[in-house]
Design a binder for this molecule. Sequence first.
Ligand code: B4P
Length: 193
Amino acid sequence: MLNIVLFGPPGAGKGTQSEMIIRRYNLQHLSTGDILRSAIEKKTKLGMEAKMYMDKGELVPDSVVIGIIGRILDENRDKADGFVFDGFPRTTVQAEELDKMLAKKGLSISQLLALEVEYQELVDRLLKRGQISGRSDDRNINVIKNRINVYNDNTRSVMDYYRAQGKYSGINGMGTIEEIFERICKAMDALPK
Ligand code: B4P
């Protein structure tokens, strides 16, 4: 199985590239952001709790997110040739827990692919999406800046966690969606089968 962590700051293109990766490699897309937004839309208890954090650009507590991922892994394991984890793990605690959950199933992360994008480009992409999609966390410049700060303070260290395992690849995330996808495919095709 090919289990990829697609990593990067908010607006790096994780969601966008995940959609293309899962089609080419027959993988399953697991986006914690999408799952949380769907819970908010359905007004579930989880959704109401998550909304308080997401509207401010803060991370939802580890225990909440880890519980969700555990359930989904159990339900979906046999449905594809592996997973693309998009927006998860976002802390080293989440990364450690993910390793434990996968190990129980005899699985592991194959590689972390980190999309590298300049600060102003991130802000511009998110503001543009805010105008089109109306996503509340993309409409306020202060919330966008806070999300990038939270990434730098709490999430960036996840790269070191995988680097220490020899599972880190940096990908230039500037350019067109197709150009970036080609770079990702090159990195994925070079992974041991
Ligand atoms: P996410 O849903 O993960 O949102 P995101 O980080 O903003 O990135 P996303 O993947 O959606 O955007 P993309 O870069 O593809 O998280 C939202 C919130 O949920 C978090 O702030 C947090 O509160 C919570 N959360 C989620 N997971 C969590 C976890 N594990 N733990 C705790 N909390 C969690 O794209 C952005 C825009 O750029 C799009 O409009 C796209 O079209 C555009 N774009 C992409 N590539 C482009 C390119 N090459 N050129 C131009 N535009 C491009």
